[in-house]
Design a binder for this molecule. Structure first.
Ligand SMILES: Cc1cc2nc3c(=O)[nH]c(=O)nc-3n(C[C@H](O)[C@H](O)[C@H](O)COP(=O)(O)O)c2cc1C
Ligand SMILES: Nc1ncnc2c1ncn2[C@@H]1O[C@H](COP(=O)(O)OP(=O)(O)OP(=O)(O)O)[C@@H](O)[C@H]1O
Length: 314
């Protein structure tokens, strides 16, 4: 899977491409179905698959489930040929006709696109799937539109619903709609080194402006880039009221692990909440509380999450 943008699309000109259209925030089960269908359309043909998404989400007023790096990590498990990141500013004022001609046909060298039932495009979202089909016919671009993918209660799966579930702390529903655990990924940065002195070293990630579950302590899986192991861990997400008041952080204590991983890229899979963040008056109480969180999670791992693959929705 190659990551491309408008500055390196020469390969696309040498071949036929099927374009899979959308924002794809979170890569939920609806997105996954669309991707699979796009890949199916390309099978046994000379077409290459290009997932078309944006460097910045088309709605700039919302917090996102996934930054671009996280999106790429989640897309890696599919057999896509390319992920193309568009500058939204460049296309947001195009008319529907211009979008098809300038972007789909001229830029991406395509005559086949696939999107979901509610896909909209062009200036003020003036283009919908009917218009896309109509323009496609005029310009010899085949348009495939897939039906809505719904959850078990019949409600359409969307990034908006997943965002709400995560913000409300309903991780099990979010995980169901995503088809994978919510992830937090990034490079390990230096913390205050206090956690290590307390006996619980933590890998710190930068706290971003994205959708997080409510502040607190969570049981997680951790993957480190270049390391095939899946580690168990406890993550503290929040304000660190006792030791680092006012500083927002994401940090994870990886169980049975004692390597320095500063600068390494990690992915945290958030499983379930363990406890709230509490403000203590002394360090001893804090150390005892963290110890209890760790003990609780170790037992839970042993009893429930274990090392069986069936609970792992990566
Ligand atoms: C499992 C776990 C649970 C934590 N629970 C709390 C808590 O309840 N209250 C709190 O103020 N800080 C809590 N923290 C945060 C630590 O007190 C502390 O701020 C942090 O680990 C210091 O990080 P640093 O040395 O990596 O910068 C917790 C940390 C971990 C790893
Ligand atoms: N449940 C679904 N079933 C089928 N296709 C979907 C579903 N959800 C999204 N898609 C399609 O996947 C592509 C990317 O979707 P996009 O991320 O833009 O929408 P979304 O998931 O509904 O997000 P939001 O809730 O933010 O509108 C689009 O073509 C869209 O129509």
């Amino acid at each position: 899977m190659k990551i491309i943008d408008k500055n390196n699309i020469s390969e696309l000109k040498k071949q036929k491409n099927i374009i899979i259209l959308g924002n794809f925030d979170g890569i939920h089960l609806g997105h996954q179905e669309l991707i699979k269908r796009g890949i199916e359309c390309s099978e046994d043909t000379e077409y290459k698959t290009v997932l078309y998404t944006f460097k910045t989400h088309t709605n700039q007023n919302i917090k996102l489930l996934t930054n671009n790096e996280e999106k790429i990590l989640l897309l890696k498990k599919f057999n896509l040929d390319y992920v193309y990141f568009e500058e939204f500013d460049e296309v947001k004022n195009l008319s529907p006709e211009e979008f098809i001609q300038k972007i789909i046909i001229d830029r991406l060298h395509s005559d086949k696109v696939i999107c979901g039932f509610d896909f909209t495009f062009s200036k003020n979202k003036s283009g919908n799937t009917d218009l896309l089909k109509k323009l496609g016919q005029e310009k010899n671009v085949k348009v495939v539109v897939i039906d809505s993918v719904k959850d078990e209660s019949g409600e359409v799966i969307s990034s908006t619903r997943v965002r709400k579930y995560i913000e409300d702390g309903n991780l099990s529903e979010a995980t169901k709609l995503l088809g994978h655990y919510p992830i937090i990924a990034g490079e390990v940065v230096h913390g205050k080194k206090m956690a290590r002195q307390m006996g619980f070293p933590t890998a710190n990630l930068i706290f971003e402006n994205k959708v997080y579950p409510p502040f607190g302590v969570y049981g997680v899986y951790v993957k480190i880039e270049g390391d095939n192991n899946i580690y168990n861990g406890v993550m503290n997400l929040g304000k660190n009221p006792t030791l680092k008041p006012g500083e927002l952080s994401v940090e994870v204590h990886i169980l049975n692990f004692d390597k320095f991983i500063y600068g390494e890229k990690i992915i945290i899979y958030v499983l379930e909440k363990i406890s709230d963040e509490i403000k203590f008056n002394g360090i001893d109480q804090l150390v005892e509380k963290i110890g209890n969180d760790v003990k609780y999670w170790k037992k839970k791992v042993k009893d429930e999450y274990g090392n069986t693959d069936k609970t792992r929705k990566f």
